[in-house]
Design a binder for this molecule. Sequence first.
Ligand code: FAD
Ligand code: E0Q
Length: 468
Amino acid sequence: MGKPETTVVGGGLVGALLATLLAQRGFGVDIFERRPDPREAGYAGGRSINLALAERGLHGLRLAGLTDEVMRLAIMMRGRMVHRPDGHAELLRYGRDDSEVIWSLSRGRLNVALIDAAERAGARFHFNRRLESATFDDGATLRFHDDVDGGTHEHRAAFALGADGAGSALRAAMNAVRPLGERIEELGHGYKELEIPALADFPAGLLPAGAAEAFARGGRFAIERNALHIWPRGNYMCIALPNAEGSFTVTLFLPSQGDPSFATVDTLAKARAFFERDFPDLLSLVPDFDADYAANPVGVLATLYLDRWHLDGRALLLGDAAHAIVPFHGQGMNCGFEDAVELAELLDAHHDDLAWTFAEFERRRRPNAEAIARMALENYVEMRDSVADAGFLLRRELGRRLAERHPGRFVPRYSMVTFTRMPYAQAFARGAIQDTLLHELAAGKSHVDDVDLARADALVTERLTPLA
Ligand code: FAD
Ligand code: E0Q
């Protein structure tokens, strides 16, 4: 049986990867994107926003044949560089060595690479086409508004795949036919982006301390290049990820209400005073602070839960459209890429029964999406708390020792999520077993040397199977 024509809504990171994987498997692919073609002149520039790529996302790029092209532009991040309130900074490695690292990538460039790959594989892009409404009969009728010609264009599809992001229009259309059980939980914190320029772009006289020497040696980066920088401050924090050009994109995460919050830090003077108090070292690295703070909007953060991801065999959601999460584990795109891989493989094998295929996709992916949603929320608390309590520090140190004594068996949850492709739900479950173990072993102890390691070893082998 020949492969059906497919229709993808949304040409962002997940939609473009899915289009590539489907086209490579011989499916016809039409993909509709509301924005203009990012490759066209005059559009490519703009702010550089970046994100962290880990093993799950890397695997998707490998299957698309994109690793060489994309990884040439990636910056390795070995660990978190934690900047304390006193200005002292310390690098905490993510993994055991440089085989366990993550990568900072430009969102825009990654999207362009994915669009190019999809087109090379035969996918047909339709830019400037914003899905407005959809109706479903034996297939789907999609109505798009074209912002360039001002017209409305109809597209008949056997079925629609929705990769149109957290505010998915396809989801809204599906929900109108049969409720998907949508629940959106706002975090109550927002974010704002700022920029640390490359050293060459600092205004004369404002070069940060120590930078003149680095600059003289040919360095481009104002702070350590190969790290994800974090300034944790209790209820809020800043992070910075490196860009290939030598700049860093800084993101401030701050409550929406209370003090301090985006509601109280509501003028440039207050924003500057807030940074002078809590992030003075960072402020000195952001020469365009006022302009950045005024120009860049506050983004909202929320988790999206759905009971159903599909409408029979007529429409299916994936990526953020199905399960937007908070960004604190750096896994939203990584998880969406796993969706794209799983869906392309399922469709390849079972396109003759779409209702089954969509239900099966949901059955496989939804527990994993729920697990990473929860772990991402938990990571925010762990991230921004610079002053963890003594019990937490003891358990963390004990966890390190057990991981060393039992490689491939006691594996930190962060590592299972970031450096392996084991299902997120399994990483969550194993993490819970390990955490219980640490609590039991450390109870009543004040130093890690007081822990009975023979007992610890016995419990680890009893409760945890070796990873494949
Ligand atoms: P999107 O990237 O949102 O793409 C959706 C596409 O659909 C867009 O191109 C949009 O223009 C298009 N579209 C929308 N509506 C329509 C319509 N009606 N018609 C046609 N087209 C439409 N993830 C990581 O893995 N690592 C990170 O480090 C990381 N950091 C993050 C930091 C922040 C501050 C945030 C907010 C998120 C972060 N994420 C990260 C998550 C990541 O950005 C998302 O999970 C990822 O972009 C989801 O991809 P997507 O293709 O599903 O959705
Ligand atoms: C990563 C890599 C936006 C963002 C992206 C990330 C991470 C964090 C904190 C944030 C988690 C970590 N992390 O360092 O534990 O690993 O992607 Cl805020």
